[in-house]
Write a new protein. Structure first.
Length: 352
């Protein structure tokens, strides 16, 4: 009995010693530390934020043209074509994001027509932004003005909201321009200062899913009085819509009344553009002639309707019409290469 008691005591002692030993060997849990997130520097792409079918509305003071709106005509890869309308004139610009620079290679003023010029030859070169987007980055423009990033986190309040912006300052001999760019928006404010004279424009609102609307004068033959009747039609263009397709469709939409068709049901406009020689070039499929079914008088009115419509829209007086790439030819007309039709409004009256 005494021996049993001793054995039990020894076992209990070993268990207790073992327990103490295990408790001392337990290490406290190691806290997991999350890797510290590093803030990635912004790039031009963060500010090159023009979106399709969007209208950017700016309010301004100090000049009658300080208020304006910008719409996106075309987006093609790293290029975007925007249309600016200040109530006095319309201008189209092409912007390109390439090689760490946001440039403006193409500018066309008095552009009341819609045409894709994103791939046209450069006629202008201005660097709007240059990486790295940090304070102190600077460059000299072609006209010797200096442009630089003067701040990277400026709080700017506009009618559309408050933004933390990149400040870009352009300094000329007698003026200074400060442009403020916000991520995912783009330009939100501009301040022009010259000898105490200040003009500013600030983003008022951004309208999404908005088409460009233009009122275009379309001409049609009226065989009852041998005159051309014209009527104003509203055209809607979404970003990247082809102008020739919109015109083709609209020509075929005849209102009720004594006017005759210009295009047959299967006629297609293959191309349409204003050339640098100030002549509108339009190329049709062969159906323009095969579906015409007209005498010489009616055919002449059809051709004049096309010419007047396009010439008026583009603001020129000459239109070069081709069929499948060849000069216009039919049973009544045989045009020579380079021979164009002229706008003539004398025999035109408004359609009622």
């Amino acid at each position: 009995m005494k021996k049993l008691f001793i054995v039990i005591s020894i076992l209990l002692t070993l268990v207790l010693l073992s327990s103490c030993s295990n408790k001392n060997d337990i290490k406290p849990p190691v806290e997991e530390t999350k890797p510290q997130e590093t803030k990635q520097p912004l790039t031009i792409q963060d500010y090159f934020a023009y979106k399709e079918n969007t209208n950017y509305v700016y309010e301004g003071e100090g000049n009658e043209y300080a208020s304006y709106n910008v719409m996106v005509d075309y987006i093609a890869g790293n290029r975007v074509q925007i249309r600016s309308n200040n109530g006095g004139t319309e201008m189209i610009k092409v912007l390109e994001n390439k090689d760490g620079e946001l440039t403006q290679p193409i500018v066309r003023g008095e552009a009341y027509y819609r045409e894709n010029i994103t791939n046209s030859p450069s006629n202008y070169q201005e660097i709007l932004l240059k990486e790295p987007l940090e304070k102190g980055t600077s460059w000299v423009l072609a006209d010797d003005r200096k442009r630089s990033i003067t701040n990277v986190e400026v709080d700017i309040t506009t009618p559309s909201g408050t933004y933390k912006t990149l400040e870009v300052t352009t300094e000329g001999k007698d003026h200074k321009i400060q442009d403020y760019y916000a991520p995912n928006i783009g330009l939100v404010k501009t301040i022009f200062t010259s000898d105490g004279y200040v003009v500013y424009s600030a983003l008022s609102k951004v309208e999404n899913n908005v088409p460009l609307t233009q009122t275009v004068k379309f001409f049609y033959p009226n065989l009852n009085n041998d005159k051309l009747n014209y009527l104003n039609k509203k055209l809607s263009f979404m970003t990247n819509d082809l102008t020739n397709i919109v015109f083709e469709k609209t020509f075929k939409e005849l209102p009720k009344g004594d006017i005759s068709k210009v295009l047959g049901p299967n006629v297609k406009i293959k191309s349409l553009y204003l050339n640098k020689d100030e002549v509108v070039y339009i190329d049709f499929t062969k159906e323009l002639v095969s579906e015409m079914n007209a005498g010489s008088g009616y055919e002449s009115m059809i051709l004049q309707s096309i010419t007047n419509t396009l010439g008026t829209y583009y603001g020129v007086d000459k239109v070069y019409i081709t069929i499948e790439g060849s000069p216009y030819s039919s049973g009544h007309y045989m045009m020579n290469k380079g021979e164009f039709f002229r706008v003539d409004l004398k025999n035109s009256v408004e359609f009622h």
